[in-house]
Write a protein that binds this ligand. Structure first.
Ligand code: FBP
Length: 553
């Protein structure tokens, strides 16, 4: 039996497109400093924390006079955090561009994420190896992990490993947290007068690492399109059978970008956007009332079917539950030892109810047992409740069901409510990257090499103009410190990259809000179908609707 699918083999032959400036002699690419207009209101404080690296400008790459080659570079790469389609193409882009610059350049991958740096576990990336991973999903070539390099000892160890490997640069492929750490590592290396650059690449399917200069994080396009395909299929089944309401929770740890994009692509009957819930200070009961009304109106109209999208992060955005989670995190953090002696759920629950504030205790007690259990399940490495494990979709279905029963008894609801729940997350994180992500990631890899060759550090690769054809994309780099602000972490003000949430005054949300009542009432489903890799531009080379609406064509 062959080890590769037909598509696997066909995709390996795909040549990702590059922006014009990167498709010529890469060693001749220079930069222009551009005043992006981005002002960091916390510059003074950030300058104190990052004295060596703060103050750089956004750079836009330009072709300079042709130059034939440059010195070889030795570069290390690390994948950090959750999988996102296109990671292998970032590696392929770095590999190809390094070899174009000088065939003696060397690329090593740290294995299993940042822990691989601390343990000095590596593999050298060769042409034979990378050729097998071009345009494929997953991070399985070198693996990923969620270890955070944040203490001085970890920084020192990372420096020693990079030095012993004689690296000119380290490329960190990750989300907001990993890029924050990349900036701190760049500062640490610079403060020690070590000439090892640290470059970040924006990755996360959640789409929340976003600014004017980072128009999208890679993987968002493919993940949202994969989920939209699945949602469209469920919608069509729902419309065919006419007997089920499907409640679909969609991945996205905090922001609702994925839910919003999927709603725009598939036009379901109901979509909750966490940021709106927070802005309206909506209680769980009020959300349930809204959903129940949609189900009731459709049922009374003999349409006992529908599709509802629930963002994964919703639970934390509901004011009273968000406050409860915060209290639980603090309480369990302060009483870790004692809590670990309570083995049975009933004991844990009883202890918690006694120690929470009166309001939080009331909210906790009002939740179904399944959800209370999930709130007390194993916590993440930072000791926090694992919000992504809470089955919000089941909580919502149970509460809507109860409400509908009451409405039926009072004669207001004449329909029938039969529901099914789904969670789409891991299904989309390792899909074959769409052409958009394949091209974007490969180009980001080239950008990383150019930033290294230009002697910059503490920069994140940036490509703008993403809603235009690839040849018109504008590659460059943005100082990570420009994206940072100060937030309180463990009682101290720390520089962090702020998560970009859905903007309620942005065009994507407004477009959704303008249409949602119509989609709720009249079945208006759209079936996007599977991502297409071959064919005309309009079926296989389109960016997300979010990007198109945000940036315009
Ligand atoms: P990153 O922010 O690291 O890209 O990961 C995002 C994500 O896919 C979230 O959408 C999800 O909540 C989380 O990872 C799941 O984490 P895990 O892979 O550890 O189960």
């Amino acid at each position: 039996m062959a080890n590769y699918s037909v598509l696997d083999n066909a995709r390996k032959q795909y040549n990702p497109k590059l922006p014009e400036c990167l498709s010529k002699d890469i060693s001749a690419v220079g930069f222009e400093e551009v005043n992006s207009g981005a002002q960091n209101p916390e510059s003074d404080k950030l300058k104190e924390i990052l004295p060596k690296t703060f103050g750089g400008k956004y750079v836009k790459f330009v072709q300079k006079t042709a130059k034939s080659g440059t010195k070889p570079f030795s570069v290390g790469i690390v994948l950090s955090g959750g999988q996102a389609p296109g990671g292998h193409n970032v590696i392929a882009g770095i590999f190809d561009s390094l070899k174009k610059i000088n065939k003696d350049s060397k690329l090593i991958g740290f294995l299993g994420g940042p822990q691989g740096i601390l343990d000095d576990k590596i593999m050298e990336i060769t042409k034979e190896i990378i050729d097998n991973y071009r345009n494929t999903g997953g991070f399985d070539l070198i693996g990923s992990g969620r270890t955070k390099i944040e203490t001085d000892e970890q920084f020192e160890k990372s420096l020693q490993v990079c030095k012993s490997r004689k690296l000119d640069a380290l490329v960190v492929i990750g989300g907001d947290d990993s890029n924050t750490n990349a900036a701190l590592l760049a500062e640490f290396f610079a403060a020690k007068n070590e000439n090892i650059a640290v470059i970040g690449v924006p990755k996360t399917i959640d789409g929340d690492l976003k600014t004017d200069l980072i128009e999208a994080s890679f993987g968002f396009d493919t993940a949202a399109k994969t989920f939209s395909e699945l949602i469209g299929n469920v919608e069509r089944d729902s419309k065919s059978a006419k007997k089920y309401w499907h409640f679909i929770k969609l991945m996205g740890r905090s922001a609702s970008h994925i839910a919003l994009e999927c709603a725009l692509q598939t036009q379901p009957n109901c979509t909750i956007i966490s940021e709106e819930v927070k802005a309206k200070n909506q209680s769980l009961e009020s959300i349930i009332n809204d959903i129940t009304k949609i189900v009731m109106d459709r049922g009374n109209n003999k349409e006992n079917f529908g599709v509802a999208l629930i963002p994964e992060g919703l639970i934390e955005f509901i004011p009273e539950i968000g406050a409860l989670i915060k209290e639980i995190n603090k309480l369990l953090g302060d009483n870790e030892q004692h809590f670990s002696t309570l083995k049975e759920f009933e004991q844990q629950s009883e202890w918690l109810i006694k120690n929470l504030s009166q309001t939080a205790s009331k909210v906790f007690s009002s939740l179904p047992k399944l959800i209370r259990e999930q709130l007390l399940m194993d916590r993440d490495p930072h000791g926090n409740v694992q919000v992504s494990r809470i089955e919000t979709e089941k909580l919502i279905v149970a509460m809507v069901d109860t409400k509908l029963k009451e409405l039926k008894e009072s004669g207001q609801y004449k329909g029938k409510f039969d529901s099914l729940t789904h969670f789409f997350g891991y299904e989309g994180r390792c899909a074959f990257p769409s052409n958009f992500d394949a091209d974007y990631c490969y180009s980001l890899g080239y950008c990383a090499t150019v930033l290294i060759a230009l002697g910059l550090t503490g920069y994140m690769t940036s490509i703008t103009g993403l809603s235009k054809p690839v040849s018109q994309w504008v590659p460059g780099g943005v100082p990570i410190s420009l994206l940072m602000n100060l937030e309180e972490r463990k009682g101290k003000m720390k520089p962090v990259i702020k998560k970009a949430l859905v903007e309620l005054d942005g065009v994507p949300f407004k477009t959704f809000a303008k249409n949602r009542d119509e989609w709720a009432k009249n079945t208006s489903f759209i079936y996007p179908g599977a991502i297409q890799y071959f064919g005309p531009d309009e079926v296989c080379n389109q960016p997300t609707i979010t990007l198109t609406l945000e940036k315009g064509k």
